[in-house]
Design a protein around this ligand. Structure first.
Ligand code: ADP
Length: 198
């Protein structure tokens, strides 16, 4: 079962992906986490990506597409993947469809986590204080929210053309958000694996 968690920055995609991956035996692939690893390891890719990330801008499509393609065949991904923060452009979505199709796989479900703008700002301030991420500044946040509005208006219709994209109310506490996600996932898990969970 391959799932996409789509939603604005600080919507709680990563938090939920970590909970769901344990319960369903899926693998979370977060392009943001991968890029931060490249930055902290000081790789050439990381050095280039850092400038864009710190400003809240997107890194080039080929960079994230390559990172996903490299990991998709790992044994941890055998039961399926939760894509978190990817795809963010139609080119990325098309590349992902192609990568999966080449392996006889597909995206089974896309969910949209919706979070109010004031909640997003609140969560980012908290995260900035806790984690000290370079892109949780006011300026970078503005860019990230602006870009999200821009790319979601293109990527969501791409997926809606393929099937329903259920909305999850991400304003609620973590547990309630997980319950909503599971309501969407359970029927899909039964369809693809014959079990409600792994
Ligand atoms: P958030 O969900 O809080 O915006 P992420 O950890 O998903 O944070 O991403 C952090 C940064 O990494 C983004 O602002 C962007 O610079 C880069 N990034 C992550 N995923 C992608 C992607 N799919 N395409 C382009 N850039 C990306």
């Amino acid at each position: 079962m391959n799932v996409i968690f789509f939603g604005p920055p600080a919507a709680g995609k990563g938090t939920q992906a970590k909970i769901i991956q344990e319960k369903y035996g899926l693998r979370q692939l977060s392009t943001g986490d991968m890029l931060r690893e490249e930055v902290s390891s000081g790789t050439e890719l990381g050095i280039k990506a850092k400038k864009l990330m710190d400003q809240g801008k997107l890194v080039p499509d080929h960079v994230v597409i390559d990172m996903i393609a490299k990991r998709i065949d790992s044994p941890e991904c055998a039961k399926g993947v939760i894509f978190d923060g990817f795809p963010r452009t139609v080119a990325q979505a098309e590349a992902l469809d192609k990568i999966l199709a080449e392996r006889g796989k597909k995206i089974d479900i896309v969910m949209e986590l919706e979070v109010d703008q004031n909640k997003i700002v609140e969560r980012m301030k908290k995260r900035a204080a806790e984690e000290g991420r370079n892109d949780d500044t006011v300026e970078a946040l503005k860019t990230r929210l602006h870009l999200y509005n821009d790319y979601s208006a293109k990527v969501l219709p791409y997926y809606r053309a393929q099937g329903p994209v259920p909305k999850i109310n991400g304003n609620q506490p973590i547990d309630s958000v997980t319950v909503q996600i599971e309501e969407v996932l359970q029927p899909e898990a039964v369809k693809t694996t014959g079990h409600a969970r792994q």
